[in-house]
Design a protein around this ligand. Sequence first.
Ligand SMILES: [Cu+2]
Length: 201
Amino acid sequence: MKRGTVIALFFVLVIVAIISLEVQFSSYDYIGFSPNYASDHIPAGEGVVHAQLANALGAYKGPYVIIYVTGQQWHWDFYPHNMVYTNITYVPVGEPVLFVIHSVDVFHEFFIQAATSNFTIPLNDGAEAVPGYYSYMVFVFPQPGLYHVACAEYCGTAATGLGHSWLVGTIVATTNASYVMQQTGGVMPQGTWDPYVNETG
Ligand SMILES: [Cu+2]
């Protein structure tokens, strides 16, 4: 083979590799958080917040804002009310929010992430998303902004990409109650939580 041909083939290889990487990483644009997506869905002025506080509410039984979370390969669906959002949901600030979590396929873990910069107030808190089973956790979001969600239970690799790593999302916490209601299609679902009654969610 001529030297020129070898060099040409090498560059073809490099270009194919770059394109395939680009395809893989650009999937984040619709599967998870992206600035463009966020600008259409998130009120101005609400920047990224790293969750800082896990709330142990003890005997408190509600009322809660209830958000149903379904994990699957590979996205989170949120059922805040009568509307379904994929990889994004809206919650009020300063009120207990109850996440009712399950999976429709394999094990996942719904995980709200803290940043290392907040390591002095650690919160890396999640709950298993298990098929046929509901787990739950309660948060009071301490300030408005964007909270990052990930999957913390390895749940497989896609045939054409990363799989597990795509299972990320954003929680928008806002003090604008009417905005939350607008986004969720009405009055936020509220009530006490009884896992033996509400399982049909
Ligand atoms: Cu996973």
